[in-house]
Design a protein around this ligand. Structure first.
Ligand code: T5A
Ligand code: NA
Length: 211
C-alpha cells in the first residue's frame, strides 16, 4: 500500500482491569470520543460466547484449560473483523482482550507461557489502558459477587497477575498505561484521553500497519 493509504488506518485501543473497575463505562465514553467501534470480550453472542457466558454464570463447569482456550477462540473469531475495521480507517476500542485471558487463567495456577500461547498472532493493540483499582474498592461497587470470578481474594491475585502482564507487554515493546480507576468517572475519562491522544497522533504520523 502507498503511504497515503497506510496513514488512514485506525487505532486499536484496549481497556483492561479487574471486574467492576469501570471498563464498560469508560469504553463507551472513549468509543464516542473517537467515533470508534467498541467490542467487548467475552463476545457472548456467538456459539463459543454462549458457552463462556454459561460458565461465568456458574451454570456449567469446564476444565481450566478448556475455558482458557474458549476465551482465546472467542477473540480469534473476531480478529478478522477487527483488522478489517482498523485497516479501513476506523478506530476500535476493546473492553478486555488477551491480557484478561492471561491474568485470570494464571491466577488459577496455570503456567504463564501456556496461557499466553493461544493468543499469539492476534492483532496487537496500539495502546492498552489498565484501569487499576484495589479489589476492596471494586467489591464495594454495585452488582458484585454474582459471576464466577467476583471474589475478593481471587481478584487480588488477578491484580498481581496484571502487573506481570504489564511488564511482559512493555518488555515486548507494547504500550501499556495504568490509570487510577478509583478516581471520579470524569477524572478517569480525562486520564484515559491523556494517554490515548499521543497514541493517535503517533499513528497518524507513522501510519504503520496493524499487526
Ligand atoms: N475473563 C475475560 C477471563 O477469565 N478470560 C478472558 O479472556 C476474558 C476476556 C467477564 C469475566 O470474564 C473473565 C473476566 C471477568 O471475570 P466482563 O463481562 O468484562 O468479564 O465482566 P466485568 O469485568 O465484571 O464487567 P463489569 O461490567 O462488572 O465491570 P466494568 O465494565 O469494569 O465496570 P462498569 O463500567 O460496568 O462499572 C461497574 C460499576 O461501578 C460503577 C458503575 O457505575 C457500575 O455500577 N463505577 C464507578 N463508581 C465510582 N467511581 C468510578 N470511577 C466508577 N466507574 C464505574
Ligand atoms: Na463490563
Amino acid at each position: 500500500a502507498s503511504n497515503t493509504e497506510a496513514t488512514k488506518r485506525g487505532a486499536l485501543i484496549v481497556v483492561e482491569g479487574l471486574d467492576r473497575a469501570g471498563k464498560s463505562t469508560q469504553v463507551a465514553r472513549l468509543a464516542e470520543a473517537l467515533e470508534a467501534r467498541s467490542i467487548k470480550f467475552p463476545e457472548r453472542t456467538t456459539a463459543i460466547g454462549k458457552m463462556i457466558d454459561s460458565y461465568l454464570a456458574q451454570e456449567r463447569e469446564l476444565d481450566d484449560r478448556a475455558i482458557h482456550l474458549l476465551f482465546s477462540a472467542n477473540r480469534w473469531e473476531c480478529a478478522r473483523s477487527i483488522i478489517e475495521e482498523v485497516e479501513s480507517g476506523r478506530n476500535v476500542v476493546c473492553d478486555r482482550y488477551a491480557f484478561s485471558g492471561i491474568a485470570y487463567s494464571c491466577s488459577k495456577g496455570l503456567d504463564y507461557e501456556w496461557c499466553r500461547n493461544p493468543d499469539i498472532g492476534l492483532p496487537l493493540p496500539d495502546l492498552t489502558v489498565f484501569l487499576d483499582l484495589d479489589a476492596e474498592a471494586a467489591a464495594a461497587r454495585g452488582g458484585y459477587g454474582e459471576e464466577r470470578y467476583e471474589k475478593l481474594e481471587f481478584q487480588a491475585r488477578v491484580r498481581q497477575a496484571f502487573h506481570l502482564v504489564a511488564q511482559d507487554v512493555s518488555r515486548h515493546g507494547g504500550q501499556w498505561s495504568t490509570v487510577d480507576a478509583g478516581a471520579s468517572l470524569d477524572r478517569v475519562t480525562e486520564e484515559i484521553m491523556e494517554k490515548v491522544r499521543p497514541c493517535l497522533d503517533e499513528i497518524r504520523s507513522r501510519g504503520s500497519k496493524i499487526g
